[in-house]
Design a protein around this ligand. Structure first.
Ligand SMILES: Cc1cc2nc3c(=O)[nH]c(=O)nc-3n(C[C@H](O)[C@H](O)[C@H](O)COP(=O)(O)OP(=O)(O)OC[C@H]3O[C@@H](n4cnc5c(N)ncnc54)[C@H](O)[C@@H]3O)c2cc1C
Length: 472
């Protein structure tokens, strides 16, 4: 690809809808009716006479509750502004509708971000739409299934059929009457445990190499009732650096149905408490807003979740792949969830699909171009999240280029705590609105260095003043 990743990322982040309705496919089938699958179905609806979404979970129409096929569904989920903008692109009015149904829209002054117990400056771009994952998915499903050429088939896919090196259909579980749904184009959106690689191998195709990164993340999410005496915030995060003595990360978000969701997150063997007393007691170790919320009436149980590794399936590295087949969302890459990138990545994969289909003369050919575009999005999210995991877990001294890159990132991270323009530029990347390389722009780096020099000078002056005031 001759264009820079930053340029491709910027183009994929457009909020303009494409002005084309070609190529035409007779039937496209999406495997998995969750966030990634529903957004892919929306894009395909512009290009196919019929789009069929296969979903193995029954009763996914409810607005609330746990999803068997999505075990993380009850954990805190942040919808990043980059992902929200893409959802709005495909479903205009989505944010307004979400708020009408109870989601909480928050402005910058309603957000608190803490790093190592220091409150960061409030950047103007921390404008969020807060709702539970189940709620967001249910709204997406409603909008997608309202399209006249999209339908949901509540059944599990068990494999693919091929003709002339192209996908020709999807096998259904044996109990169903119809054993194959013919398809010209198939999207794998089966999530992290997608079986597509195994199906390809079974049928004589190359499976994608699997890239793994050990993360050992422990999540515990608790729900509380929102009361009249709420703190004037709608969202808060607290992160700790690897060498900070406290080890609990946390997030808090006001969501639909008058509830708070409060997350405690740790690494390794140190697991957040799963009993109410222990969970509430640990909030005392967090910035004050967390303990304030934990004084409210608890709802239900504390929900725990553990994730051992981040995973990436390298379809972009395959030499041989059947035509008319792509993979999106967690099926391609699932990251350390603390960065909240999953749903937004899925939304940007839908954008890759749109650009690919709009430019393809034959959509049933091998989707090499799609995987090239998707690689830009996955690299951006993967690099951002795995860099700090690698740093946390490494034992030896990393090579010089890694140390230099980290020194630069550290400058930006330190300045983002105190400097609004740097915090704004950093958020644009963390929110998946901009490519990570934008943080290496001289304007951002120089401003960060200058800000850090000022902070250190202030701290040194403070030390001198207090020493001078100390009776000798
Ligand atoms: C603990 C945790 C916290 C997270 N926090 C955030 C966050 O803050 N923000 C964020 O954006 N993301 C977050 N994520 C990631 C987010 O949950 C996913 O990225 C998001 O759900 C989109 O995933 P998906 O649609 O690709 O797959 P999934 O949501 O996993 O859905 C896959 C779907 O495929 C269906 N399926 C599977 N196999 C078959 C089959 N054979 N036939 C038919 N259907 C099938 C399943 O039933 C399911 O509905 C978090 C993840 C975890 C684990």
């Amino acid at each position: 690809m001759s264009e820079s990743p930053a340029k491709v990322f910027a183009r994929l982040s457009t909020v303009d809808r494409p002005d084309v309705a070609s190529p035409r496919l007779r039937r496209a089938v999406v495997l998995g009716g969750s966030v990634a699958g529903l957004l892919a179905a929306r894009v395909l609806a512009d290009h196919a006479d019929e789009v069929v979404v296969l979903e193995r979970d029954e009763g996914v129409d409810g607005i609330d509750g746990e999803r068997r096929g999505v075990p993380q569904s009850l954990q805190v989920h942040a919808l990043l502004p980059g992902g929200r903008a893409q959802i709005e692109r495909w479903f205009p009015g989505f944010g307004r509708e979400a708020v009408e149904q109870g989601a909480v829209a928050s402005a910058a002054h309603q957000s608190e971000q803490w790093i190592d117990d220091v409150r960061a400056v409030s950047a103007p771009n921390v404008v969020l739409l807060n709702g539970s994952r189940t709620f967001i998915e249910a709204l997406l499903r409603r909008r997608t299934l309202a399209l006249p050429n999209v339908r949901l088939l509540p059944t599990a896919a068990t494999g693919l059929t091929f003709h002339d090196a192209r996908v020709s259909g999807v096998r259904l579980s044996a109990a169903d009457e119809e054993s194959v749904v013919p398809a010209e184009f198939v999207v794998d959106a089966m999530g992290r445990s997608s079986r597509l690689a195994a199906w390809l191998e079974r049928d004589g195709w190359e499976p994608p190499p699997l890239q793994r990164m050990q993360i050992d993340v422990n999540y515990a999410t608790a729900y509380f009732a929102r009361s009249q005496n709420e703190p004037p915030v709608a969202v808060a995060t607290s992160r700790v650096s690897p060498d900070y003595p406290k080890k609990t990360h946390a997030a808090l978000t006001a969501v639909e149905n008058g509830r708070w969701m409060l997350l405690q997150m740790t690494y390794g063997e140190d697991r957040p408490p799963q009993d109410w007393d222990g969970f509430v007691a640990r909030c005392a170790d967090l910035p004050p807003v967390f303990a304030d919320v934990a004084h409210n009436q608890p709802i239900g149980e504390v929900h725990a979740f553990r994730l051992a590794e981040a995973r990436r399936r390298r379809y972009d590295r395959l030499n041989r792949l059947p035509g008319g087949l792509v993979s999106v969302g967690d099926a391609v890459a699932s990251f350390n969830p603390i960065y909240g990138q999953g749903m937004s990545s899925a939304a940007l994969h839908a954008s890759c699909l749109s650009e690919y289909l709009c430019g393809a003369s034959d959509a049933t050919g091998v989707a090499t171009r799609f995987f090239e575009l998707q690689k830009v999005v996955v690299d951006a999210a993967w690099d951002l999240s795995t860099q700090s995991d690698a740093q946390r877990l490494e034992t030896g001294r990393p090579p010089l280029p890694t140390r230099l890159q980290r020194a630069l990132v550290d400058q930006v991270l330190a300045a983002a705590v105190v400097d609004i323009p740097v915090a704004t530029a950093f958020n644009e990347v963390a929110f998946m609105n901009a490519h990570p390389s934008t943080l290496a722009a001289p304007s951002v780096v120089l401003r960060s260095v200058a800000s850090n020099v000022r902070t250190r000078a202030r701290a040194a002056r403070g030390r001198l003043t207090s020493e001078a005031g100390t009776p000798g």
